[in-house]
Design a protein around this ligand. Structure first.
Ligand code: FES
Length: 125
């Protein structure tokens, strides 16, 4: 059993995730799963002037993965490829506001990987 106590902020994002949903005809999409639990996330992005104009996600997962997706999708709105490239685990932990065990870190980083892969796929076209 994980010992982390989730903050009110995390639980709030988990219960009412920002940017939850699909974008029909998105410029970029990427799905990924956490191999430890099988939980999945799919990210949809539309771009304008090489910046993230709109971003949404769907998926099933634990409080950490869903809160991380909610916070990250807000965080990258209006940002460009260079900004997304530099995002790493420390940025995600800062947004979540807690330290995480190895297994929980995988949950937290799942949305970051999906966002990065969607952005990279768009710019590599
Ligand atoms: Fe599956 Fe966290 S337990 S993503």
């Amino acid at each position: 059993m994980d010992k982390e106590i989730y903050t009110e902020l995390i639980m709030e994002h988990y219960k009412k995730p920002r940017n939850f949903g699909k974008i029909l005809k998105a410029d970029a999409e990427y799905s990924d799963a956490n191999p430890l639990c099988g939980d999945e996330i799919k990210v949809y992005i539309n771009f304008s002037n090489k910046k993230i104009k709109e971003i949404k996600f769907i998926g099933n997962g634990c409080a950490i993965s869903q809160a991380s997706a909610s916070m990250l999708t807000d965080y990258v709105k209006g940002k460009d490829l260079e900004f997304v490239k530099k995002l790493d685990k420390d940025d995600v932990l800062k947004l979540l506001g807690i330290d995480l065990s190895f297994n929980r870190l995988k949950c937290a980083l799942l949305p970051l990987k999906a966002i990065k892969m969607a952005v990279y796929s768009y710019f590599s076209k």
